[in-house]
Design a protein around this ligand. Structure first.
Ligand code: P6P
Length: 333
């Protein structure tokens, strides 16, 4: 690639900022801070295969240091990369019970960061791709420092959302509401380079469905009929990695539908609204796709709890609409 075509995420963010004269730069710095945290997490994730040498979580490594569980390490890296910057009013993490105030010794700002520091971390030991997911809102509470209400906002109020995929390469994909942009880490220079500008879901989409079919016995009858239809007369192929960011990233690139339905044991499904469904819904819908609970848009849900769960149907708009019709009991899928 000619040097003139090398666009780092920092340059891209500054170019994007220039499109908004009212921008203060705080938002650009916030996304740059997230990119830095992603590089630090990616470095440790890529060493995960060396546990025999570096030690397992909870044990001491060769240097006598305690080895942290990678998801707790990722949680700490993100918190420490952003707690002192003066850009955030507060944070909330899938790994933390309550909302996370900014320490009194640091200034606060106008944004709120919600994140899943390392989703799918159970896949680390088998070297399956895993991810970080982030969601950014504006502060809405009155006080000088953030509050729980700042974290409990509907997904349609997000000002930005994205994910980092630690896979065969480390990719950062984000949207600020004007398209979706993907960056691939070049480890030789430690920079995220623009590799997927203006990502849009492909038309026609690949006929691929992604769901854990071991739960089939626990699904509703309409859910079973829908998947039977996809694998039957509709001639779909099946792909399921079991790592949300990897499954959604593939769906974003090739088209298809990812489903994590409600079932008789989990009436709201497994996935978290704030840290998983909402941010991924903003990304996929910005790319021309659709994200639904199976009956209503994910982005319309008004959260009432930091850790509430939701069923998730996300991917090519036509396939998600088919799922909604099927789940409504429509005979014509
Ligand atoms: P199941 C990983 O544990 C995770 O949270 C998501 O990354 C993934 O989509 C889902 O759970 C897989 O769940 O029930 O299919 O193992």
């Amino acid at each position: 690639m000619p040097e003139s075509h090398v666009v780092t995420i920092s340059r891209f963010l500054v170019d994007q900022e220039r499109l908004h004269p009212e921008a203060t730069g705080a938002f650009t710095d916030l996304l740059s801070d997230i990119a830095l945290a992603a590089k630090m997490i990616g470095r440790e994730v890529n060493k995960a295969g060396l546990v025999e040498i570096l030690g397992r979580a909870g044990e001491e490594n060769v240097h006598g240091e305690e080895v942290q569980k990678l998801d707790l390490y990722a949680n700490e890296v993100i918190f420490k990369a952003l707690d002192h910057t003066g850009r955030l009013a507060c944070m909330a993490s899938e790994e933390s019970e309550g909302f996370i105030p900014i320490p009194e010794k640091f200034p606060t700002g106008d944004y709120v960061l919600l994140f899943d520091p390392l989703d799918g971390s159970s896949n680390i030991d088998v070297n399956v791709s895993i991810g970080t997911i982030f969601s950014i809102h504006r502060k809405v509470s009155e006080g000088p420092r953030g509050d729980l209400i700042d974290c409990l906002q509907a997904g349609c109020r997000q000002v930005a959302a994205g994910y980092v995929l630690y896979g065969s390469s480390t990719m950062l994909v984000y949207t600020t509401g004007t398209g979706v942009h993907g960056f691939t880490l070049d480890p030789s220079i430690g920079e995220f380079l623009l590799s997927h500008p203006d990502m849009t879901m492909p038309e026609p989409p690949a006929k691929v469905y992604s769901v854990n079919e071991s739960y089939y016995p626990r699904w509703s009858e309409p859910q079973r009929r829908f998947v039977d239809h996809l694998k039957g007369e509709a001639g779909f192929n099946s792909r399921y990695i079991g790592s949300l960011v990897a499954d959604v990233h593939r769906t974003l690139l090739t088209g298809g539908i990812f489903m994590y339905p409600a079932d008789s044991k989990s009436p709201n499904g497994k996935l978290r609204l704030l840290y998983e469904a909402s941010p991924l819904a903003m990304v996929v819908e910005q790319a021309g796709g659709r994200a639904s609970t199976g009956s209503r848009p994910i982005l319309d849900i008004e959260p009432t709890d930091l850790h509430e769960r939701t069923p998730l149907y996300i991917g090519s708009a036509g396939f998600v609409e088919q799922a909604e019709r099927a789940l409504a009991g429509g005979s014509k899928i």
